[in-house]
Design a protein around this ligand. Structure first.
Ligand code: GLV
Ligand code: MG
Length: 337
């Protein structure tokens, strides 16, 4: 089965590079489109070669009376399009909706051979993944789909966050988890009204005595730090991939890039793109910077078998920095392959 698990396998000193059963497939941006929107669907063949993942969205943002049209549009688009190396994913409706069962039955039987990953929203625990896993096994067998379809969970309820470790390890089909900040904010009763990103009111203020002369500085904090870090740990522990989800303020490309970069630095491998302008941002952010890759290679070369300590440009390097540098260099290699 294709699996990102080996990508996260801790590298033992002196061990050969991890062997993957199938090649690593980049997923820096998961580009959403509405398959029921004919204008958008018509652009799919042109957009496909520019993204790592194309996702036909059937859930939120598709109105209730357009669910069937979106599902039919995805089947049509998948049948008519050659996606090349680009992965095709879908986001089905949530398991407590009237549409999820028909989404799964129709998509697997009609286009199961073209679908790489099914994103399941509002996952609350391992039981949701077990249900999808069993259903997929039956439908794949019925439709003669021989390549297992992988499963991606959206972390967007407080209960889901509480159960994130069990979700990450619920099935060998698990490919990854995305943070869904908009639904999660509502579920937690946060007081935001945005799709991801920060809030100017969530800040820390300098102590009143920090500087008796200058005005007290304030710094905006990251609303999503805790959840991303928790999700990354759960994913790393189970060998699957973590992602930041949507950033809704399309015009604010600076804040989008900041949010994506925070997620990248914390361990995420990609984010959703909701508009073509976010594709390049994700590509840039989730590809290690050439200077960082060059530094990582310099440390790896200087460290020999990866044990001991060396000084490079005044900085101490040891077994642990060697491993960090391997993460950066191996990601660069995988993306270049
Ligand atoms: C995504 O689905 C979100 O709720 O942020
Ligand atoms: Mg959501």
């Amino acid at each position: 089965m294709r699996s990102p698990k080996d990508f996260f396998r801790p590298l033992a000193v002196g061990a050969p590079a991890p062997v993957r059963e199938v090649p690593f497939r980049p997923s820096r941006m998961i580009h959403f489109f509405d398959p029921g929107n004919e204008k958008m669907a018509a652009k799919v063949p042109a957009i496909a070669p520019t993204v790592d993942v194309l996702l036909g969205n059937l859930e939120d943002a598709v109105a209730a009376d357009r669910k069937e049209a979106a599902r039919a549009g995805l089947v049509r688009t998948a049948k008519e399009t050659d996606f090349g190396d680009t992965q095709l994913w879908t986001r089905v409706n949530s398991l407590d909706s009237p549409w999820a069962l028909d989404d799964l039955i129709t998509l697997v039987t009609e286009i199961g051979d073209k679908l790489d990953v099914i994103m399941v929203p509002k996952v609350e625990g391992a039981q949701d993944i077990h249900y999808v896993d069993r259903l997929l096994a039956q439908l794949e067998a019925k439709a003669g789909v021989t390549r297992p379809i992988l499963v991606h969970a959206i972390l967007e309820t407080a209960t889901g966050v509480a159960n994130v470790e069990q979700i990450a390890g619920a099935s060998p089909r698990m490919q990854g988890i995305s943070l869904g900040p908009a639904d999660l904010a509502a579920s937690r009763r946060m007081k935001t009204t945005r799709v991801g990103g920060g809030h100017p009111g969530y800040l820390v203020r300098e102590d009143p005595h920090a500087d008796e002369v200058a005005p007290r500085a304030t710094f905006q904090q990251d609303l999503w730090h805790y959840t991303i870090a928790r999700m990354v740990d759960a994913c790393a522990a189970h060998g699957i991939l973590p992602y930041y989800g949507p950033f809704g303020d399309i015009k604010d490309t600076t804040a989008c890039e900041d949010q994506f970069r925070n997620a990248f630095l914390l361990g995420c491998v990609g984010a959703w793109s909701l508009h073509p302008v976010q594709i390049d941002i994700a590509k840039r952010v989730f590809s290690p910077a050439p200077a960082d890759v060059a530094w990582a290679r310099k440390v790896i070369a200087a460290m020999g078998d990866g044990t001991g300590a060396v000084m490079i440009d005044g900085k101490m390097q040891d077994d642990a920095t060697y491993k960090q540098c391997q993460v950066v260099a191996s990601l660069a290699d995988a993306l270049a392959a």
